[in-house]
Design a protein around this ligand. Sequence first.
Ligand code: OVM
Length: 402
Amino acid sequence: MNATVQARAAAPVLHADPFTRAFMDDPYPGFAAMREAGPVLWSPQYECYVVARHDDVQRVLSEWQTFSSAAGVGLSNFNKEKPWRPPSIVLEADPPLHTRTRTVLARTMTPGIVKQLRERFEREAEILVDRILDLGEFDGVTDFGELYPTKVFPDALGLPQQGRENLLPYGSMVFNSFGPQNEFTQAAFANADAVRGWIMANCTRQALTKDGLGAIIYAAVDSGELKEDEAGMLVRSFLSAGVDTTCNAFGNLLWCLATHPDQWNKLREKPELARNAFEESLRYEGPAQCFFRTTTQETEIGGVKVGADEKVCAFMQSANRDSRRWERADEFDIERRVVGHMGFGTGIHGCVGQPIARLEGEAVFAAFARKVKTIELAGPPKRLYNNVLRAFSSLPVRVTRA
Ligand code: OVM
């Protein structure tokens, strides 16, 4: 037995398959079993390690020197397999490349820019909430969760109107591709060429308005920080990470409110809790379940040896429910002190878009809290199956006006 095989054999075995409908229907017992089995598990099925406890997830996502992103943050190891698209120059990169590209992205989401966007975002939130109140009974995914981020975010970026229906299918391709090649990946890639074609065509300088966040990225070309094609790749990152995630987060929080009347009443009484309610929903029912890293050298996790060039899957949503870290981990509590959740990841790759995601969440759910009196499910929700995103495909909801 060589050292790698020996190390693999020393970790407890993960028998469950997290990338199945049965697991996704209710992942929490599966996550609890992973956390109980040990600090790090070995999945013989996927030939990867798995961490599911809060502290280990936090460490794997923080120690970028040992747990690299440059070989991909999905199951596929780019050292061994060709990626399906040119790797992201921020997500699928380590310093120093990552530092340079992230600096430019962060510049598009400063407090000053968020402040400028707020008025528009709040106006659109009012329109959205008025529309669902007019409907009375509506679908929390297609009439609510998907509508807002697919408008305000591309508007802010400076993307043309034509073809925006490609944004969600592209997000589905990107996030499914982080998992194994299975039925979900296959379905997501059904119309891949057309979707990818539109995305790439609309990442160019000419496609974007002169006054949006996209233009700020292209300004970094003019100042010599980026090459022209790198700016296009960073716009691609916005389109990959910025739409599907927020849409699903909105659906998930709506479901939380419809099924936790005590929390809904608290929010209705205090609409200023909207920002923390959104944050708590990212802990309790976050849209991003896991990301992978690749070991750059031999290391150990909780005393278990892990070899070099091994894939490690960090289950952020399990960390978010770890009772080692959270009191009443399985309770949805919008007044909880929720800092330290892994819904945005953590470390140098922690979500760069979180100021905009929070702005969207706060704007929509503050308007919701002010204008809505009652909320309840109007039928059984249906799950959307995606290797990495936790989401509903349909969420029948009934609301009445305050
Ligand atoms: C990117 C990208 C894609 C998906 C997610 C993400 C969570 C980034 O293309 O850079 O961050």
